[in-house]
Design a protein around this ligand. Structure first.
Ligand code: NDP
Length: 449
C-alpha cells in the first residue's frame, strides 16, 4: 500500500484536528499509520483499546523559557521543549536538538519516531525528544555554555536516569552534553546516567559517537547481502558533515566503498576521487574544532563545491541522507533512481518526503527508513545507560559486537514483518510493524491509561 491512499484519511483527519498545523508530525504519523492500519485491521484487541490513537498522542509536551546572556551582556530568550512521548517499555529516551527550525511539531515527529526506533533495538527505552530554537552557529564557547546551563536549569525538573534520559542530536554534541551534565550535577548533587553521549571521563560509552553512522552502514550492508551484493566497490553519496554523516562515510570507506559527497546547510562538495580517511579526519576537525564550512574542503583539496545545492543529482550506487528531515523530495528520489541508485539507508530522521518514499517503494529499491537505519545511535545510548547503572565500562570489542548484532536483529525484524510476495522486502512496513508490536502489547497489559 502506498502512503497517502484513501484508507488513511479518516485516521489522519483526527490527528490533524488534535494537532493543527504540525505538518512534520502529521507526516511521521501518516508514514506509520499507512502500514499499521492494515496490520491491525484483523486484530480487534489493538483497535478496541485505541492503541494507535493513544500512540499518536504524546504522554506530555513540556515547553519552557530559556533566558541567557550573550557575550555582549544582552539578555536573550529562546524556547525549550521536552516531548515525553511514550514510556511503555522504558524511560523516555531521545536526543536534544538545538536549531532555529525547532518547533513543537518537529519534536513531536522526532519523539513519535523515537518510540518505534527504541522498540526496534529491543532495549528497554521509551520515546522522547527535546530541544530549543537556539542557533549555535556563530556563538562563542562561553555563550554555548551559558545557554546549555540555562536550558538544563529548567530541564532538570523533568529528567532522571529512570524517568527520561536525553542525548545529542543536531547542534548538540559532546561539548553541549558536557555543559548540560555539569549543570545537572551542580543542581541536583547527583552523578548518574541522566544523559548519554557523555565524555569518556564521566560515564560516556566507547563507540557512542560512531554508532549512528556505523549502524546506518551496517543496515545498508545487510540489505545488500540479501541481493548477494556488498558495499565494496560501491559509489556512495552522503549528505551532512556532522556526527552521523562523517561516521557513515568512515564505515563506507572501511568497507571498500567510495564516498563522493558530503554537505552542510550551505552546499555540497563532490570529490570525484573519493574522500579518503585522512581527508575525512580533516573534515571532522573542521566541523568539531574550527566549526568551519564544508566549502573549505573544496578550496583545500581542489574538489567541486556546489553552493546552495544538495548532492542527489550525482550518479551513485547507494545514498545515505544524514543531514536533516525532508532533504529528499519526490523529484530528487526519482533522480536518484534514474541515475542507478540501488539502495538508500537513512542516517537522518525522516530525510525523505512521503512522495520520495513512494518513488523508492514503486521502484522496489532497497530502502531502510530512519527508524531502522539510524537506531544504532540510541541502541548504544541504551548500552551507555546499562554501563552507568552497573558502574562499569565495556570494552570497544564488546560494544562493537553488540552494535553489529543489534543492527542484524533490526534488519531481521524488518524482513520478518516486511517481506512480500515475490521476495521484495518493504523495510518501512517491517520496521513500523516490528516497532509497533512491543509498545502496543505493553500498552495492552497496562489497561486504559
Ligand atoms: P550534527 O549537528 O552533527 O550535523 C548536522 C549536519 O546536517 C550538518 O552538516 C548540518 O549543516 C546539516 N544540516 C542541519 N540542518 C540542515 C538543514 N536544515 N539543511 C541542510 N543541512 C542541514 O547532527 P547529527 O549528525 O547528529 O544529526 C544529523 C541527523 O541524524 C538528524 O536528522 C538527526 O536527528 C539524526 N540522528 C542523529 C543521531 C545521533 O546520534 N547524533 C541519532 C539518530 C538520528 P550545518 O552545519 O550547516 O548546519
Amino acid at each position: 500500500m502506498s502512503i497517502g491512499s484513501g484508507d488513511l484519511d479518516e485516521f489522519m483527519d483526527g490527528v490533524r484536528r488534535r494537532s493543527p498545523g504540525e505538518t512534520e508530525f502529521h507526516q511521521a504519523v501518516q508514514e506509520v499509520a499507512a502500514t499499521i492500519l492494515p496490520y491491525i485491521a484483523d486484530k480487534p484487541a489493538y483497535r478496541d483499546a485505541m492503541i494507535l490513537e493513544r500512540m499518536t498522542e504524546p504522554d506530555r509536551t513540556i515547553s519552557f523559557r530559556v533566558t541567557w546572556q550573550d557575550d555582549a551582556g544582552n539578555v536573550r530568550v529562546n524556547r525549550g521543549y521536552r516531548v515525553q512521548f511514550n514510556n511503555s517499555i522504558g524511560p523516555y529516551k531521545g536526543g536534544i536538538r538545538f536549531h532555529p527550525s525547532v518547533t513543537q511539531s518537529v519534536l513531536k515527529f522526532l519523539g513519535f519516531e523515537q518510540t518505534f526506533k527504541n522498540s526496534l533495538t529491543q532495549l528497554p527505552m521509551g520515546g522522547g525528544k527535546g530541544g530549543a530554537d537556539f542557533n549555535p552557529k556563530g556563538k562563542s564557547n562561553a555563550e554555548i555554555m551559558r545557554f546549555c546551563q540555562a536550558f538544563m536549569t529548567e530541564l532538570v525538573k523533568y529528567v532522571g536516569p529512570d524517568i527520561d534520559v536525553p542525548a545529542g542530536d543536531i547542534g548538540v554534541g559532546g561539548r553541549e552534553i558536557g555543559f548540560m551534565f555539569g549543570q545537572y550535577k551542580r543542581t541536583t548533587n547527583r552523578f548518574n546516567g541522566v544523559l548519554t553521549g557523555k565524555g569518556r571521563e564521566f560515564g560516556g560509552s566507547l563507540l557512542r559517537p560512531e554508532a549512528t553512522g556505523y549502524g546506518a552502514v551496517y543496515m545498508l550492508e545487510d540489505m545488500l547481502h540479501t541481493k548477494n551484493d556488498a558495499i565494496e566497490g560501491k559509489k556512495a553519496i552522503i549528505s551532512g558533515s556532522g556526527n552521523v554523516a562523517t561516521h557513515a562515510a568512515e564505515k563506507i570507506i572501511h568497507r571498500g566503498g567510495t564516498v563522493l559527497t558530503l554537505s552542510d546547510s550551505a552546499g555540497f562538495i563532490y570529490d570525484k576521487d573519493g574522500i579518503t580517511l585522512e581527508r575525512l579526519q580533516w573534515i571532522k576537525d573542521l566541523k568539531e574544532k574550527r566549526r568551519g564550512r564544508i566549502s573549505e574542503y573544496a578550496t583545500e583539496f581542489g574538489a567541486e563545491y556546489h553552493e546552495g545545492l544538495q548532492p542527489w543529482s550525482i550518479p551513485c550506487d547507494v545514498a545515505l541522507p544524514c543531514a536533516t528531515q525532508n532533504e529528499i523530495n519526490g523529484e530528487e528520489a526519482a533522480t536518484l533512481i534514474k541515475n542507478g541508485c540501488i539502495a538508500v539507508s537513512e542516517g537522518a530522521n525522516m530525510p525523505t518526503t512521503i512522495d520520495g518514499i513512494n518513488h523508492y517503494l514503486s521502484a522496489r529499491i532497497l530502502y531502510a527508513p530512519s527508524k531502522a537505519a539510524n537506531a544504532g545511535g540510541v541502541a548504544t545510548s541504551g548500552l551507555e545507560m546499562s554501563q552507568n547503572a552497573a558502574h562499569i565500562s565495556w570494552k570497544e570489542e564488546e560494544l562493537s559486537k553488540l552494535l553489529r548484532d543489534i543492527m542484524h536483529n533490526i534488519h531481521a525484524a524488518c524482513v520478518e514483518y516486511g517481506s512480500e510476495k515475490g521476495g521484495y522486502v518493504d523495510y518501512m512496513k517491517g520496521a513500523n510493524i516490528a516497532g509497533f508490536r512491543k509498545v502496543a502489547d505493553a500498552m495492552l497489559a497496562f489497561g486504559a491509561i
